[in-house]
Design a protein around this ligand. Sequence first.
Ligand SMILES: [Fe+2]
Length: 140
Amino acid sequence: MGMRWTEDLATGVDEIDSQHKELFSRVNALLAAMSEGRGREHLHTVVRFLEDYVVTHFSTEEGYMARHSYPGMAAHKAEHAAFVRDFGNLKKDFETQGASSALAIQVQRRVCDWLVHHIGQSDKAFGAHLRTRAAGTGTT
Ligand SMILES: [Fe+2]
């Protein structure tokens, strides 16, 4: 059980990759807590982490996209916005209804889906663009 960050997920930007690794480790901590029946107790930690993470991490990525004229920026930003919206709804449930195992599962599912589909595909494509530009211009 668990989600592994592997080199094939690297964008090639250390700042972004270390933020991705941090998210993987947070998800694994949640999965571990859930497997021990402590998902509900751990939910507060995860929600507090994610609320800062989405702001910091997405603005880091979008800054790179803007500086490197990434053609897929609009679509990529839309994925970030969708995650912010979904997380906002989950956070609202957390704040109004409190922690529950069911909510921990919903958060875990949304974030695991994010790791696979967004980091595994969209961020990877963005990383490939950055590397192509770096190879062509000699700068990053
Ligand atoms: Fe992204």
